[in-house]
Design a protein around this ligand. Structure first.
Ligand code: NAD
Length: 350
């Protein structure tokens, strides 16, 4: 039995991780620490049987120290972050505050309780992104753990900075840390500002599908449940001080992702009764294809061309392998949004 602190556990990946861990480790207890920003949602973890939510900020070092002590917490899984690149372009300060200062504060609390205090066995697992490695050309090899950092957006620069702090706390103080750098996640409970839920819900509600540039930017898509398995493997088999790349094995240009979304939405209207009544503004409710909603918009400033993950190390050392194909994962995700309208409707102006 272990007690975990999951920061950002009311967000997309953190929330999925809480459900994943509860199902597989029912003897463990999870304390979720989340500031409930626009991206956090209590209802994401409502009903998780072995978790409770503390509304608070990772920058509150005193609160974190108290939680670690009073709840005998031996593992921190750190998801909390400002996570949307577009928001970092219009307002970088929140990214510096939460992603850099927040991670530093959390590390200080962990050091104070775990190293200066009772010296208990512990692990600090930090969730990072492949965006810290910068952008690849079409023929470049995929990012490995040895690829030099070259972040291009305020978001990725803030994540790179937090990765370096985590590494430094291991080398300087001996904190037992691991870091995972993952590719683009998708799946249930994702806030509808990110590509896949935004496009799924816009297609259902008959709104334009805004495509940046020529739509040929490439990302490696990772189903969130595969990501959770990768994090679990880092926690159980990862070596302190190491970093692991977690990929989805589904490198696709955005346009192919968008075409798959349109196709799956059209198919859903063919096969699921009542969708045309529920979503009368959707093109297939009116005998048209979802693709008519595709709209090209001005490209994101500094838009990275291609990300691709080489997860050979995680495969070899952690027996990690993504299990879901993109088509399967996307279909499951669409089904989840169709079945969980109560979760997303308040987030979307219909
Ligand atoms: P998210 O934006 O959905 O959730 C972030 C959560 O953190 C929210 O619940 C929010 O309320 C909370 N939070 C923000 N600031 C906080 C603070 N100061 N104190 C406490 N809680 C705070 O993010 P996500 O997509 O679930 O991403 C989780 C982690 O994974 C992030 O660290 C992100 O950088 C990383 N990541 C995400 C992706 C992706 O595709 N979503 C890809 C690579 C890495």
């Amino acid at each position: 039995m272990a007690n975990l602190l999951v920061t950002g556990g009311a967000g997309f990946i953190g929330g999925n991780f809480v459900h994943y861990w509860n199902a597989r480790h029912p003897d463990d207890h999870i304390t979720v620490l989340d500031a409930l920003t626009y991206a956090g949602n209590r209802s994401t973890i409502k009903g998780a049987p072995h978790a409770d939510l503390i509304e608070g900020d990772i920058r509150d070092q005193e609160l974190v120290e108290r939680l670690l002590r009073e709840r005998s917490i031996s593992k921190i899984v750190h998801f909390a972050a400002e996570s949307h690149v577009d928001r970092s372009i219009t307002g970088p300060d929140a990214f510096i505050d939460t992603n850099i200062l927040g991670t530093n504060s959390l590390l200080k609390a962990a050091r104070s309780v775990w190293l200066d205090g009772d010296g208990r066995d512990h692990r600090f697992h930090h969730i990072s992104t492949d965006e810290v490695y910068g952008s690849l050309g079409a023929d470049d090899p995929a990012f490995s753990e040895k690829t030099p950092y070259a972040p291009n957006s305020p978001y990725s620069a803030s994540k790179a900075s937090s990765d370096h702090l985590v590494r430094a706390y291991h080398h300087t103080y001996g904190l037992e840390v691991t870091t995972s750098n993952c590719s683009n996640n998708y799946g249930p409970f994702q806030y509808p500002e990110k590509l896949i839920p935004l496009f799924l819900l816009n297609a259902l509600t008959g709104k334009p599908l805004p495509i940046y540039g020529d739509g040929m930017n490439v990302r490696d898509w990772l189903h969130v449940e595969d990501h959770c398995r990768g994090i679990e493997a880092c926690l159980s088999l990862g070596t302190a001080g190491e970093t692991y790349n977690i990929g989805g094995g589904a490198e696709l240009p955005n346009m192919e992702v968008i075409d798959t979304i349109c196709r799956e939405v059209d198919l859903a209207f063919e096969h699921i009764d009542g969708l045309a009544d529920r979503y009368p503004a959707a093109p297939p409710a009116n005998g048209k294809k979802s693709e008519i909603l595709k709209t090209f918009v001005t490209d994101r400033a500094g838009h990275d061309m291609r990300y691709a993950i080489d997860d050979t190390k995680a495969r070899a050392e952690l027996s990690y392998k993504a299990e879901r194909t993109f088509d399967e994962g996307l279909r499951q995700t669409l089904r989840w949004y169709l079945e969980n309208e109560d979760w997303w409707r308040p987030l979307v102006a219909l």
